[in-house]
Design a protein around this ligand. Structure first.
Ligand SMILES: [Zn+2]
Length: 466
């Protein structure tokens, strides 16, 4: 079956063909570093991680770029309110983003361009100059430069909006009175007092780039005029991605992006996440409840990316139980296989990859995994699974786990738990079983179970423990 993806631009499932054989360029909109990213943001980054890993599993060479927006209204306001220089203010949230992404086992992109890098500011200025020279942009009385959306015939095609609607939908800000059309968006924002020392020189006077031009310029600088895939959340479609198309195609007159992929919203307990509702969670918030990075990864990945995902604490419990089933299954399989490694056959269990070929149908792929677990467990219960077949399923797991990255969390034990586990291992070595039992009880009280297997002590979450 060919690779298929739902293209937001056409609103259709399309067969995907990279422009250049086995090479795929992907641009993904990254975080705006004015606060710690929340789990809704990470849902999109997890979807992109699944996408990249599946394409790599299919033998493609992926070049992925994710930008870091480190200058905009929110970052400038945050820096001013906390009385820090912009760079220092944003650095803490950049660090937090990479820390959280690592916890969730998100593979690093090849490039993380930052909008404040002078190299990219120069590219943005060059693009804006070209747009002005083509009549697609103008400097208004307020000294800012705006895109003239009337002059770009395809404006609105991605979001399926026509220009007349813009006036009435209230989807654009009404605070910029100097523009020719209410939908014209800023390419270059003239400096004002609120910007403090945040400014760059340009042919239009001091100022800073608009958010949309940042992505167009960085995507084109790193990936070229045309790219295979561009991803983001549904809230990026308008105006952000619509503006990117207008800017890039306005300059190059070539089709900017082949396929647009957008991830649906994350809800918490059926509601939109909001600080005021008390249902706003970051990755550390969920970790603080005793869950691990891979459990969050599972919970955010298991629903198809175009379906709304409802995050609940019951869902986190289910994630723990599901991963526990995988862990137990692997342990049984390894015991059953023994020294038998089985033959490597990349067609074995191909149903998993086939499901992902179909617009990343993760529900079907996981359905196949858990059906496999049920069937092989039953066969092992009845002593009917031969070691060679167990070995083949283990090879299969190694293969699909390159994409899922669900296995093991030894490295993720909380410090206190790791310390008790180590003490208990030492006590058992010294044959001090009373102490070892005491330590087992302590671990239990903390919600962890210690089991002694032939490969040594195994620490797992106690079922139902928070
Ligand atoms: Zn972007």
């Amino acid at each position: 079956m060919p690779l298929r993806f739902f293209n937001t631009y056409s609103r259709e499932l399309e067969e995907f063909k990279p422009r250049d054989g086995k090479k795929i360029d992907i641009y993904t909109c990254g975080p705006t570093v004015y606060s710690r990213a929340h789990i809704g943001n990470f849902r999109a980054y997890i979807f992109e991680d699944l996408l990249v890993r599946h394409l790599e599993a299919r033998g493609f060479k992926v070049h992925r770029v994710m930008n870091i927006t480190d200058v905009d209204d929110k970052t400038i306001r945050g820096a001013r309110e906390s009385k820090q220089p912009l760079r220092k203010f944003t650095q803490q949230f950049k660090d937090a983003f990479f820390e959280d992404a690592a916890k969730l086992r998100i593979k690093r992109a090849d490039d993380y361009p930052a909008a404040t890098d002078q190299h990219y500011i120069d590219k943005m200025i060059a693009m804006i100059s070209t747009l002005i020279s083509k009549g697609l942009a103008y400097q208004a009385d307020d000294k800012s430069v705006y895109y003239r959306i009337n002059k770009f015939p395809n404006y609105g095609k991605l979001a399926h909006i026509n220009l007349d609607e813009l006036q009435s939908t209230g989807r654009v800000k009404h605070d910029e009175y100097d523009k020719e059309h209410i939908g014209d968006f800023a390419l270059w924002k003239a400096w004002d007092e609120d910007d403090g020392d945040v400014k760059w020189e340009s042919p239009w006077g001091p100022g800073r780039p608009g958010w949309h031009i940042e992505c167009s310029a960085m995507a084109m600088a790193l990936l070229g005029d045309q790219i295979d895939m561009h991803c983001g959340g549904v809230d990026n479609i308008f105006p952000h991605h619509e503006a990117e198309i207008a800017q890039s195609e306005g300059v190059t007159e070539k089709k900017f992006v082949n396929v647009w992929l957008h991830c649906a919203h994350l809800l918490v307990d059926g509601q939109k996440m909001a600080k005021s509702l008390g249902n706003f969670y970051t990755v550390p918030d969920v970790l603080a409840k005793g869950y691990t990075g891979r459990e969050i990864r599972y919970a955010l990945m298991r629903v198809h990316y175009r379906t709304q995902l409802n995050f609940t604490w019951d869902g986190m419990k289910e994630a723990r139980e599901s991963l526990g089933r995988v862990d137990d299954w692997l342990e049984r399989l390894r015991e059953c296989a023994g020294d038998e490694t089985g033959k490597i056959d990349n067609q074995f269990g191909h149903e998993f990859e086939d499901a992902l070929d179909d617009d990343l149908n993760i529900s079907a792929a996981l359905g196949f995994l858990f059906e496999t677990i049920r069937e092989t467990n039953r066969a092992m219960d009845e002593n009917k699974l031969d070691p060679a077949t167990a070995g083949r399923w283990l090879h299969w797991w190694d293969r699909i786990n390159q994409t899922l990255d669900f296995e093991g969390e030894g490295a993720e034990l909380p410090d206190e738990v790791a310390k008790l586990a180590e003490e208990r291992a030492q006590a058992r070595l010294a044959k001090d079983f009373r102490k070892s039992d005491e330590l087992r009880d302590k671990l239990n009280a903390l919600g962890w179970e210690s089991r002694d297997t032939k490969d040594g002590q195994k620490i797992t979450r106690r079922a139902g423990a928070k």
